[in-house]
Write a protein that binds this ligand. Structure first.
Ligand code: FES
Ligand code: FES
Length: 158
C-alpha cells in the first residue's frame, strides 16, 4: 500500500510500486482525464502536475513519489486555471479533445511557473518550450497559444 496526495486528498493505493502513476490514476483511482498516448514519454498526453510542475505520469513510478502534490485535470484549481479554462472555451481550442487535458495541464504549469514580468512575445517563447512536448494530432496549437495569451492578459501578466 502507498499513500499519495492527489487533488488535495490523501489516498491509499494498492498498485505495485513499479506501476507508472498514469495507471494508478486511471485504473485504480478512476481519474481518466489523464490520457495514455505512447507510454514511453514522447507524446505528453499523460501530463499532470507534481508540485505544480508539468510531469509525465507514464514516466513516474509509484515508488518515485514521496509526498509530492499530484494534480490532475479533475482537480486543478486556482485563478490561473480559471482564467485558462475561460480562455479555452472562448477560443474554442479543442477539436477531438484527446490531448486537451494534457495541453491544459502543461499550459497551467507554464502560467504558474513563468518568470514575471513577461511580455507577450516572451510568453510566446515560453509557450513553444512548454508545449512542444505535448502532441496534438488535430493541430490545435495556434488556438492553444491564443488561449494562453488571453489567460495571461486576464491575469495581468502584461
Ligand atoms: S503517454 Fe506519457 S508521454 Fe505519451
Ligand atoms: S485536439 Fe485532437 S489530438 Fe489534440
Amino acid at each position: 500500500m502507498s499513500s499519495l496526495n492527489v487533488n488535495r486528498k490523501t489516498v491509499t493505493v494498492a498498485s505495485d510500486p513499479e506501476t507508472p502513476l498514469l495507471w494508478v490514476l486511471r485504473c485504480e483511482l478512476h481519474l481518466t482525464g489523464t490520457k495514455f498516448g505512447c507510454g514511453v514519454g514522447v507524446c505528453g498526453g499523460c501530463t499532470v502536475h507534481l508540485n505544480d510542475k508539468a510531469s509525465l505520469a507514464c514516466q513516474t513510478k509509484l515508488s518515485e513519489l514521496h509526498g509530492e502534490k499530484i494534480t490532475t485535470i479533475e482537480g486543478v484549481q486556482g485563478a490561473d486555471a480559471n482564467a485558462l479554462r475561460a480562455a479555452w472555451l472562448d477560443v474554442d481550442v479543442a477539436q477531438c479533445g484527446y490531448c486537451q487535458s494534457a495541453q491544459f495541464m502543461a499550459a497551467c504549469a507554464l502560467l504558474r511557473n513563468v518568470k514575471r514580468p513577461v511580455k507577450p512575445a516572451e510568453l510566446d517563447g515560453e509557450i513553444d518550450a512548454a508545449l512542444c512536448g505535448v502532441i496534438c494530432r488535430c493541430g490545435t496549437y495556434p488556438r492553444i497559444r491564443k488561449a494562453i495569451q488571453q489567460a495571461a492578459k486576464t491575469l495581468h501578466f502584461f
